[in-house]
Design a binder for this molecule. Structure first.
Ligand code: SF4
Length: 784
């Protein structure tokens, strides 16, 4: 236990350091890119078609990968190049070093007395970062110069990339200017980006002209033709590819696409998703080795023909060799095994755009030096690290993914990144040694996990059981867990940060309250009272209007609504009844959301099956499942696809609704919004929608409902509140959570009324704003 406590303290200290040193630059850059990406996506009518097409191409390419490897080998060899399939990093590095040494041996030395060290210029490539190519080449006496501006800065600073697209994103302009001024001691300090860029261009241009070999990555490789696609915003990649007479392109095997026509959606999407550009500055298609000669920079004749007299005076002057050498190194390094792994396979569809990083609020706070492994950073890094470096490399930062799912919407190839994170977390849990502390909880927790699970994770994964117990013993339980010694113990044993307010458990649960007031019979009477006005949410969603306006709702008593935030449950019941919908509030099983968040997939799987079994008769009878907590609804609509048989998943997803979505459906189809608590005209309120609710596209019905009821909702721009269920309680993440939350609080702080859909969002904002932040349904519900 002491080790775990130390781990938490160290993680907290490391993240705190990153928040204070790199956080500002990372947030400024990542959030700007995310906003640009979102704006460009919104302005692209064909976006969803493109994403679906790109996804289909990737699925097909990975399925046919062995065949495409053969095809590309034939294509490149018939063009006059060489393909090398490298098993792992050492294999790739050895091959590239040999190519460089051979190539340099063919070049004459600069003077008669010295033999130049072989030299390489490189464009940006995460794959070469993955294999530590620079170190391997330098160990062979080869000089390596990065030519991407960001990578070059990091090479000088001796730092690792903090983002897969913007490697120096964590550095401010001033820090970069200071670094280069110190490194190169110019006559005048580099004050402006222009001066800095001009110097870099000249300096790196010289290195490129002198280099023996140019090394590039490849965004995509066309199997049919051996064409390399390089998509960049700096011209250095194409200079590296064509200036030296030897070009080595290094790419993971997953970069293969079948044909040239397959490039089109990717070239379009990668610019949009990475930087919000409609197209990147440089889109280079090379089918090497090319026929064009290299340039002899040492020739006396001018490189550009002298046309001062208005006439072309010669052809191909200052020409170097046309004897070009090209090597395509395709890297396996675990990828073929990932292809065979049903859960990690999707990672191979990644086009490395970085949009998942930019859309992640935790990444926006700590960057890739916190939210990253040996090579890769951001949401998808878990899949990459687990696949190419092993489970341990992914485990280090995996818990920074809260499963908020905002990256799903950002990903141009529709990768379910949160699910990959959940699976890797689950595998990490299973790989843990049975802990000595297991005896403390064995037999007490109803989960389906194996031994060795971190106690804190086990606690949060079984929060439903904890809440039931705490509610049954309230208010004593509330007093007890609030006491200083118990808070210290909770922090020590479970990693619950003592600075975080704990929920107050209610003795009377929502289910109890509902039964006490008469259960379904009483609800039916209330719903049929003269003021109650009927509508049909199914009609508004253009689903089959089975049963017409005689709807009945099952209100899902999620853990927080049932045991903690009972008032929002009561408000939902009153609202539905006022609109003519009788309600049932049965005591239903947990949704599986809590164990999923801890990577306890077996437990979540069991809870999903139990919940479905508990509601299927109601669903078959035409009743609607109405959900207040967006994260539970998101489980039904997203994760259950992986946990339930297809037909069961579809039944549940088709018949479950977020509360405001449902109410909006009612008022849209005939129910009278006037029976609700309406605002006085355009009454401004700040509304923070839950992250998973946004991913489901369900922010809009709430804002529409609020508008319909006389409010003027201003929605927050932040992707997530930073609380994210258990995340904000954890000692190691408390400060990251508050950092993220403060951005939302700053956005809504001046509003008189603030509402939030998620329990976590409400808790976070109430703490930071020091005032109540109700659910929107509490604003709208009629009085009892
Ligand atoms: S997972 Fe998707 S969003 Fe993230 S880097 Fe890969 S392609 Fe881009």
């Amino acid at each position: 236990m002491a080790d775990r406590t130390d781990d938490r303290s160290q993680t907290a200290a490391r993240l705190r350091h990153l928040l204070s040193t790199e956080g500002e630059a990372i947030y400024a850059n990542a959030s700007t890119l995310n906003n640009r990406r979102a704006a460009t996506y919104a302005a692209t009518d064909t976006l969803e078609d493109r994403r679906a097409t790109a996804r289909a191409i990737k699925e097909d390419a990975i399925e046919r990968l062995p065949e495409l490897l053969e095809t590309v080998r034939e294509a490149v060899e018939s063009n006059g190049g060489t393909v090398y399939l490298a098993d792992d990093a050492a294999d790739a590095n050895r091959y590239v070093a040999d190519v460089v040494v051979d190539s340099a041996a063919r070049e004459p030395a600069d003077d008669d007395t010295a033999v130049d060290a072989p030299s390489v210029v490189k464009s940006k490539s995460m794959t070469t970062e993955e294999i530590d190519l620079n170190d391997a080449l330098e160990r062979e006496g080869i000089t390596v110069t990065e030519t991407d501006l960001g990578e070059w800065v990091l090479q000088i600073a001796d730092e690792s990339p903090s983002h897969i697209v913007g490697p120096a994103m964590h550095l401010s302009r001033k820090e970069i200017a200071d670094l280069l001024t110190e490194a190169f001691d110019p006559d005048e300090r580099f004050e402006t980006p222009e001066a800095l860029t001009r110097f870099a261009r000249d300096h790196l241009g010289e290195r490129i002209r002198e280099a023996d070999v140019g090394i590039t990555g490849a965004n995509f490789v066309v199997a049919e033709t051996g064409t390399i696609a390089l998509v960049t915003n700096e011209g250095n990649a194409r200079k590296c590819a064509v200036t030296p007479d030897t070009h080595v392109a290094i790419a993971g095997v997953e970069k293969l696409v079948p044909s040239i026509s397959d490039l089109e959606p990717f070239v379009d999407l990668i610019a949009k998703s990475a930087t919000g550009q409609s197209i990147a500055q440089y889109v280079t298609m090379l089918t090497p080795p090319t026929d064009s000669p290299t340039i002899d920079f040492d020739a006396d004749e001018p490189i550009v023909p002298d046309s001062s007299d208005g006439k072309e005076t010669g052809s191909a002057r200052a020409t170097g060799t046309t004897d070009r050498d090209f090597h395509l190194v395709l890297l396996d390094n675990g990828r073929m095994a990932m292809r065979e792994d049903d859960q990690l396979r999707e990672t191979l569809y990644c086009i490395r755009c970085g949009a998942c990083s930019n859309s992640c609020v935790n990444f926006q706070s700590v960057g890739g030096h916190g939210f990253g492994g040996e090579t890769y950073s951001g949401g998808i890094a878990t899949g990459w690290e687990a696949g190419v470096h092993g489970q341990e490399s992914a485990a280090e930062f995996n818990d920074l993914c809260t499963g908020c799912s905002r990256c799903v919407e950002a990903c141009p190839v529709e990768i379910d990144i949160p699910w990959i994170n959940t699976v890797v977390r689950d595998r990490h849990n299973r790989g843990a040694d049975p802990a000595a502390a297991d005896f403390l909880v064995d037999g007490l927790t109803p989960d389906a996990e194996t031994g060795g699970l971190d106690l804190g994770k086990r606690f949060f994964g079984n929060v439903g059981t904890v809440a039931r117990l705490a509610s049954a013993t309230a208010p004593v339980s509330n007093w007890l867990v609030g006491s200083t010694p118990v808070r210290a113990m909770l922090e020590q044993a479970l990693g619950i940060d003592r600075r975080r307010d704990l929920p107050t458990f209610q003795r009377e649960t929502l289910v109890d309250w509902f039964e006490t007031r008469g259960g379904f019979a009483a609800s039916k009477t209330r719903a049929s009272e003269p003021g109650a006005r009927h509508g049909d949410p199914k009609e508004s969603k253009q689903r089959a209007a089975a049963g017409g306006p005689d709807r009945e709702a099952i209100l899902y008593p999620d853990v927080y609504t049932n045991f903690v935030d009972v008032d929002r449950g009561k408000a939902a019941v009153r609202t539905l009844e006022a609109l003519g919908v009788p309600v049932r509030v049965p005591d239903l099983p947990e949704s599986g959301r809590a164990p999923l968040s801890q990577g306890m997939v077996s437990t979540a799987d069991r809870q999903a099956s139990r919940l479905y079994a508990a509601v299927v008769e109601d669903l078959d009878a035409g009743r609607d499942l109405v959900v207040i907590e967006p994260s539970d609804l998101a489980a039904f609509h997203r994760e259950y696809e992986r946990l339930l048989p297809e037909a069961s998943y579809e039944t549940l997803a088709e018949n479950s609704y977020e509360i405001c979505e449902y109410v909006y459906g009612l008022v849209e189809t005939g129910a009278d919004a006037a029976v609700l608590q309406t605002g006085a005209g355009n009454e401004p309120i700040a509304y923070h929608s839950h992250c998973q609710q946004r991913t489901l596209g369900l922010e809009a019905p709430t804002t529409a409902l609020l508008e319909r009821c006389g409010y003027d909702p201003q929605t927050t721009s932040a992707e997530c509140c930073g609380m994210a269920g258990s995340f904000g309680y954890k000692r190691e993440f408390y400060e990251v959570s508050v950092d993220v939350g403060e951005r939302v609080a700053d956005e809504v702080g001046s509003a008189e009324t603030v509402v939030a859909s998620g329990t976590s969002c409400g808790d976070q904002l109430e703490t930071l704003l020091e005032r109540p932040v109700p659910h929107p349904i509490e604003l709208l519900a009629p009085d009892d």
